[in-house]
Structures are given as structure tokens and as C-alpha cells.
Design a protein around this ligand. Structure first.
Ligand code: LMR
Length: 328
């Protein structure tokens, strides 16, 4: 334990996921907003840290800060450019200020399952989208899936018209806003860490998120129930600063990029299982889950899919087609 780490621990500055870095090691900080474990992103970040700390020992040392303890998603992107943090994985919905191309991933009912997501993100079209923000200083290292989203509210939602007049928390995504408005609801953009309190105090009536977020953030405790809509993808851009990456010694960069690629692959392969586990965890904890009949699900599709046309110009019809083709 170095002197600085000892001081940090003594003053409570460190956290359970921070590693003890040795003198001379390059420190790589990863900040995120979700649970530190039992969640696709929390687990992926820990796996990455484990590999970096073992295989790059003496050269690099990685620290993970979960649960918005270091930065919110809007601040973490600024922190990357300032060099205060080197890695992050905000959801693809949170890049509206930098590119409109990622609106693709928010289109409701675009991907039928996570396998289709994997086929698209590993295709040339998907990989090309990792680089669309390099002029803004960001390089995508990979896509990390989190799962499909479900709706919850303070009253039962079986068909979209049940959402009429309700207010839903959304991420900073205009596609999500259009989707909620198509349901007759209103949308409020809020930071992730504010969602539980907003649901509890009635600032909003409902929200949409994955099983893992609904379970680990305990949203189910302050909602009437969750409707299994699987209406939209939640996935992350595993992202770094282009300047930081380009500044690495080539051999170090290659080693880091190889680990990043392996971890991306391994993490995505276990998302479906983590999601299923957290769905069950909600039931075991007394949460209510409503499954839809094919007719009810059809009503959600008919209501929400028309929003695609509003965003086709921002995304490009070719990319939408490539994503749709990944379903086959
Ligand atoms: C949200 O804000 O709902 C999600 O993007 C949080 C996350 O990172 O899963």
C-alpha cells in the first residue's frame, strides 16, 4: 500500500473498488452510475479492472468508481476530455450533444433480442459508429449491452393508452421523449441517481429501464408493477478520450485494446443471464411483473414505432436498414 493510498483510505477517500496503485503506474479511472456488482455494466467494469491490474501490473492500475460516486453521466464526458477520468460507459442515449447518429439505438422495437444487437454492433456498420465522435475527442472502444427496457408506473400499464396523462422519467434522449408523447404521456429528463427519489415522491409517475437497473436501484419498490414490454435497447458506449488513447505507448495501447476487446466480448455474452437473474430477483423480492398478450404487445408496437420516421434524417436510412437486417 503506497503512502498516498494509505492517506486516502484513512480519510475515507478511497472506495471498495479502487485499487492500490504503485508509484510509476499509469492510473486509469473508470466512472459509472450503476450498481458496483450484479449488473451488466458494474460487472464488466470490474472484469476490465481485474484484467488490467493483473496483466498490466507495473505499467497501469485501474480504479472503478460505481454508483455516480465520482461523476454523473453528463459530467463524465467532460471529465474524459479534461483527463480527470480515462474510461466511462454512458448509455448511447446520452450522447445527443455530440452526435445524433446514436439515436438509432433508441428506436423502439428496433432489435428483437440481444443476439441481434450483437450481430449489428460487430458488423462493419456498427463498428463504424464507434468513431463518429473522434472530431469531438471521443473514441468508442466497444458497445456494452445492458438489456431491453421495461416500463413501470404507479398504476397498471397493459396497453399504451394506460399511460395517458402520466409523467415518465427518461434519459436525455429525444427519441424517448417522442415515444412517451406517442403514448399520451409526458416525459421528464432526469439523471439516473435522481430516479428513485422522483418515483418515491411522485415527481414522476413511471420510468423505463432494464431488469438490472429496476432491481439494483429498487425502482420496483416504489412502483405499482413492471410491464414486460421489451420495447427498447439499453446499451452503453465503452468510451475513452481520443487524446489519451493516442498518447499511450504503442505496445501499452495494443495490450490495453486487446484486453478491452476480450472484456467487451465476455461481458456481452453474460448480459442475458444477468438480466434474467435480476428479473427473478424482482419477483423474489415481492415486485409485480405483468406479461403482455400478443395483442397487447401489438398495441405498444403500433403506438411507438411511428416515431422512427421523425429521426430517420438524423440517423440515416442506411443505418436503420442495417440494424433491422441484424434481426434475421
Ligand atoms: C439510465 O440513466 O437510466 C441509464 O442510462 C443508467 C445506466 O447507466 O444503466
Amino acid at each position: 500500500l503506497g503512502t498516498l493510498s494509505a492517506v486516502a483510505l484513512a480519510f475515507g477517500v478511497g472506495n471498495a473498488f479502487a485499487n492500490d496503485c504503485d508509484d510509476g503506474e499509469m492510473v486509469i479511472k473508470f466512472s459509472h452510475v450503476v450498481a458496483g456488482k450484479g449488473h451488466p455494466k458494474g460487472d464488466a467494469a470490474n472484469l476490465l479492472a481485474e484484467r488490467v491490474n493483473k496483466e498490466m501490473n507495473g505499467v497501469a492500475c485501474m480504479e472503478v468508481y460505481p454508483n455516480s460516486t465520482l461523476y454523473d453521466d453528463d459530467k463524465v464526458l467532460e471529465a474524459l476530455l479534461l483527463g480527470d477520468v480515462q474510461l466511462a460507459a454512458p448509455s448511447l442515449s446520452k450522447f445527443e450533444a455530440y452526435t445524433l447518429k446514436y439515436r438509432l439505438f433508441d428506436l423502439p422495437f428496433l432489435f428483437k433480442d440481444l443476439d441481434a444487437v450483437e450481430r449489428f454492433t460487430t458488423s462493419d456498420a456498427g463498428k463504424g459508429m464507434l468513431k463518429v465522435m473522434e472530431d469531438k475527442g471521443y473514441t468508442g472502444l466497444g458497445y456494452w449491452s445492458s438489456g431491453l427496457k421495461q416500463f413501470s408506473a404507479n398504476k397498471p400499464l397493459l396497453v399504451p393508452s394506460d399511460a395517458d396523462g402520466l409523467k415518465f422519467r427518461i434519459q436525455t434522449s429525444d427519441v424517448a421523449q417522442a415515444m412517451i408523447e406517442a403514448m399520451g404521456g409526458s416525459a421528464q429528463k432526469l439523471a439516473f441517481k435522481e430516479v428513485y427519489g422522483a418515483l418515491q415522491t411522485g415527481v414522476v409517475d413511471g420510468q423505463e429501464n432494464t431488469w438490472s437497473n429496476i432491481y439494483t436501484q429498487k425502482f420496483f419498490e416504489v412502483q405499482d408493477g413492471i410491464t414486460e414490454t421489451n420495447h427498447q435497447l439499453l446499451a452503453y458506449l465503452f468510451v475513452t478520450s481520443t487524446e489519451w488513447l493516442n498518447g499511450l505507448d504503442p505496445a501499452v495501447r495494443d495490450q490495453f485494446l486487446k484486453i478491452a476487446e476480450d472484456v467487451t466480448h465476455e461481458a456481452n455474452a453474460s448480459v442475458a443471464a444477468t438480466e434474467a437473474k435480476n428479473r427473478q430477483n424482482i419477483l423474489d423480492a415481492g415486485g409485480k411483473i405483468r406479461e403482455l398478450t400478443p395483442e397487447q404487445r401489438g398495441a405498444w408496437i403500433d403506438t411507438m414505432k411511428p416515431v422512427w420516421s421523425q429521426f430517420e434524417g438524423d440517423i440515416g436510412a442506411d443505418l436503420i436498414q442495417a440494424a433491422v437486417a441484424a434481426n434475421d
